[in-house]
Write a protein that binds this ligand. Structure first.
Ligand code: F3S
Length: 642
């Protein structure tokens, strides 16, 4: 029997386990990436392991999320990250060099390799034939320490592409179509592997856009073959020597097939507040637009900038629209300047924002009150782009550009302009001077820690008698943004758990923090897909700091489930989904820890209702042990003693 691309890469990296869906597999990690919002915590954890140097082939620390330097906090964090990189053998991508996923795609991603990143959009590098997965910072710290990464072997879905994209329809519309069909839960426990004759018509940035937003389906990752297009990309990045041919065998087996004829696709729009709330543009044409944001890690490549500049050339942004662009990297910036595209954008009235994540998370570019913001980003969760009343629609660069001109949601096919065709440069402008190599004398590096960087809190083991109130009961599809928002006020606190924990659940319930403190912790009850969205481990760390012992939900998003384990919070599933309806906020629950098993259901007593209900524990024996010990750092420390 033949293999898929995903299986081929995993087979060459397997440390233990079987490539059978549902089985646990330990995988060797070649490369890691961190970004500043998750990186400071990951490096505090790496330091706690006491190793002299990372053990990966390549590790890169990016600063892209929070560049605002309104006080000492972010500059302190950036300096800490630079010192850590210098000391421990990590490349440091300076603020201004670009968004981690775009820069990694340009300069480091390689077919056939594995990448673990403390950012949920790490699968972007799947566009180049890499197995690239998002994880919490602690898992990335462990990978840097040479530990394999454990995954539950996903099912492999074949996304069979035929045809070619019509004019003004682009990669974003492909992934919006996937989301329309399978939803934000449809990829859970799966890998989306793209194949078929349509693949060769897609550039590497197109593939990266599709792989990037595979994260929104909940998929473990997405992956494309490595072919001639991949080779040309690597050649243009002066990295052709890293190319290998990788394609699925003709007799590979797949768990299911999704067929998409690219030629039949039309422009799509995801309406607020979920990326799968997708409709064809015809249903929304004419809606007044207040703001347009181009860029983010999803649509910020040179191909995207040139397509936007092509549509805006010689025109003006509508007077009622505020338009801004965050090019994905310094390389994209330099290329856009060299070919005149940047001139077109500036002439049209587009605000040039930094090459960073800021605007994506509402820092420096948030919608007005009740405003409609069209964005080429990947997520439009409630409150994600700065505040709760902004209505964010996710669109392609082409729809965003057409709408910026007209002031209304507009179909770019109706503008009457020539279609755009991307021709990749033979050679990109390559200047890695903003990627700082580690020190040749690491023993001389003193790590500078500003007052913003607090030590990691102690994590006591799970008690024998787990008792407490349900402090909050939430609905389906709660995101890590709901649990721990980002934004200019909160991100600078990422290295300080006592401070950041004050914002836990504040968008849903501003009293949560005080009640959790007063009660000494308790339980959280969630619906389906609890913890979807980013890899933000603060969404587990902060509740843990506040004494949360367990989260009982109908289902969990993959990365958040792992983060709960890493920080010693017990994740439990309602055995019968209808029991969700039978518990209420403030109910006092009790679990006898000796009854917890990974084999079948066990009882949770509801003291307030004089009854009980059944739950299951969706963990391996090893993960349950980790939770009982109070989290993975305690577990690793104990393991290293023996
Ligand atoms: Fe940054 Fe937004 Fe992507 S925060 S990594 S640009 S999803």
């Amino acid at each position: 029997m033949g293999y898929t691309v995903f299986e081929k890469v995993l087979r060459s990296h397997i440390v233990s386990g079987e490539l059978v869906p549902g089985k646990r597999v330990k995988v060797k990690i070649d490369q890691t990436l961190t970004q500043d919002a998750t990186g400071t915590m990951a490096y505090l954890q790496f330091e706690a392991m006491g190793l002299p140097k990372v053990k990966t082939e390549l590790s890169v620390s990016y600063v892209d999320h929070n560049m605002i330097q309104g006080d000492f906090k972010n500059p302190d964090d950036h300096r800490y990250l630079q010192d850590i990189a210098a000391k421990y053998g990590i490349l440091f991508s300076r603020p201004g060099n670009g968004i981690c996923h775009q820069v990694h795609l340009e300069r480091f991603a390689a077919p056939g390799k594995t990448l673990l990143g403390s950012d949920s959009h790490t699968p972007t590098a799947g566009g180049i034939g890499m197995v690239a997965m998002g994880a919490g910072g602690l898992d990335v710290a462990l990978a840097m320490a040479g530990e394999p990464f454990t995954i539950t072997m996903p099912k492999i879905v074949r996304v069979l592409l035929a045809g070619e994209l019509p004019p003004f329809v682009s990669a974003k519309d492909v992934i919006l179509e996937v989301l329309r069909r399978i939803s934000v839960k449809g990829g859970v426990g799966k890998v989306l592997e793209y194949t078929g004759p349509g693949v060769k018509s897609l550039s590497i940035p197109d593939r990266a856009t599709i792989a990037n937003m595979g994260a929104e389906t909940g998929a473990t990752t997405s992956i494309f073959p490595s072919d001639e297009v991949t080779r040309q990309w690597l050649r243009a990045q002066a990295r052709e020597h890293q190319w290998v041919l990788l394609e699925a065998d003709a007799d590979a087996s797949w768990s299911e097939t999704i067929e998409i004829n690219l030629s039949e696709l039309t422009p799509m729009v995801a309406q607020p507040f979920q990326p799968d709330n997708v409709v064809p543009i015809e249903e929304l044409e004419g809606i007044k637009v207040d703001q347009v944001m181009f860029g983010s890690c999803t649509n910020s490549s040179l191909r995207d900038i040139l397509s936007i500049a092509h549509i805006l050339a010689g025109k003006r942004v509508h007077p009622s629209v505020d338009a801004g662009i965050s090019p994905g990297s310094r390389q994209v910036m330099l290329e856009s300047c060299a070919c005149g595209a940047m001139d077109e954008l500036i002439s049209a009235g587009v605000r040039i924002l930094e090459s960073s994540c800021g605007a994506c998370i509402g820092m420096g570019f948030a919608p007005p009150t009740e405003g409609v913001s069209l964005r080429t980003i990947n997520r439009n969760f409630f409150g994600r782009c700065g505040h709760a009343s902004g209505k964010v629609f996710l669109v392609s660069p082409e729809v965003a550009a057409a709408s910026a001109i007209t002031g209304r949601i507009a179909d770019p096919r109706k503008l009457g302009i020539e279609p755009f065709e991307f021709r990749q440069p033979e050679q990109f402008i390559i200047d890695d001077s903003m990627i700082i190599a580690p020190s040749a004398e690491p023993e001389k590096i003193e790590i500078r820690r500003g007052p913003n960087i607090a030590p990691l809190p102690e994590m006591p083991p799970l008690p024998e008698s787990i008792e407490g109130e349900i402090l909050i009961k939430v609905e389906d599809n709660i995101t890590t943004d709901h649990i721990m928002p980002a934004g200019a006020k909160i991100l600078p606190l990422r290295s300080n758990i006592p401070e950041i924990s004050k914002h836990t659940f504040e968008v849903l319930d501003p009293t949560f923090y005080h009640r959790a403190r007063e009660k000494g912790g308790g339980f959280i009850v969630g619906g389906e897909n609890y913890g979807q969205g980013s890899s933000r481990e603060h969404a587990a760390l902060a509740p843990r700091y506040l004494g949360i012992k367990a989260v009982i939900a109908k289902s969990f998003a993959r990365i958040h489930l792992a983060n709960l384990v890493n920080f010693g919070i017990l994740p439990l599933l309602f055995h019968k989904a209808e029991d969700y309806e039978k518990v209420d906020p403030q109910d006092v629950l009790h679990i006898d820890a000796s009854t917890i098993t990974t084999d079948g259901p066990f009882e949770v007593h509801n003291r307030s209702k004089n009854g009980s209900f059944l739950v299951t524990c969706p963990l391996s024996e090893e993960d349950l042990t980790i939770v009982k010990m109070g989290g993975k750092l305690n577990y690793i420390k104990e393991k290293n003693k023996s």
